[in-house]
Design a binder for this molecule. Structure first.
Ligand code: HEC
Ligand code: HEC
Length: 143
């Protein structure tokens, strides 16, 4: 009985702590009300054909230096692979590395590994827009 009571007291205390702490949570929306009228945001242009972007550390998935708006990846196929697959003849398009053909147990596959199929999970295009949240990241080269 005592054990049950102390669990209930503990639950009560911890939930009131959560309640007290929620006042400090700030969303990216700031003080703008949820039902405020939408403002017109002008989307920045995607960076198009900037040439390859230098990587910040050895294991980084390289950033996409071109527009990808017209390319799709779905169950029918991948436009990305059309240019980046090992046997593609697209001049200048870096071929996907051998790592993209390995399962997580390092078994080599003939086709791109399912865990590497959705390219944009890891490779992202760039826009010249201010960062939503500041950060202090420094590449190894700047150290
Ligand atoms: C029409 C051909 C084409 C298609 C389709 C394409 N790419 Fe590319 N991609 C290129 C070329 C060419 C480059 C070399 C840099 C440049 O010219 O922009 C490149 C560069 C890249 C790089 C940088 C590689 C490096 O060595 O730094 C990444 C990452 C990339 N593409 C990812 C993608 C993804 C993800 C998609 C699909 C959403 C895609 N690409 C679709 C042609 C293509
Ligand atoms: C789970 C994350 C992930 C996914 C999904 C993924 N990649 Fe990568 N990619 C990486 C990483 C990490 C690297 C750098 C290390 C390496 O080569 O494996 C890389 C490297 C590359 C390179 C440069 C290879 C080189 O030798 O310089 C290209 C091109 C590329 N990926 C294209 C693609 C394309 C196209 C797809 C979709 C079919 C894709 N990637 C899916 C993580 C990913």
């Amino acid at each position: 009985m005592m054990k049950k009571l102390s669990i209930i007291v503990l639950l009560f205390v911890s939930s009131s702590l959560v309640w007290a702490g929620s006042g400090n949570v700030h969303s990216l929306r700031g003080d703008v009300a949820l039902d405020a009228p939408a403002t017109t945001v002008t989307a920045k242009e995607w960076s198009v054909d900037n040439g390859k972007i230098v990587r910040n550390y050895a294991q980084q998935p390289p950033l996409v230096p071109h527009d990808i708006e017209d390319f799709s990846i779905n169950q029918e196929g991948s436009d990305c692979l059309g240019c980046h697959n090992w046997n593609s003849e697209m001049p200048g398009a870096t071929k996907v590395g051998i790592s993209h053909f390995l399962t997580r147990d390092n078994q080599a596959l003939v086709k791109i590994s399912p865990r590497r199929y959705f390219c944009t999970q890891c490779h992202v295009p760039q826009k010249d827009a201010p960062a939503l949240i500041g950060n202090m990241f420094k590449s190894l080269a700047e150290e």
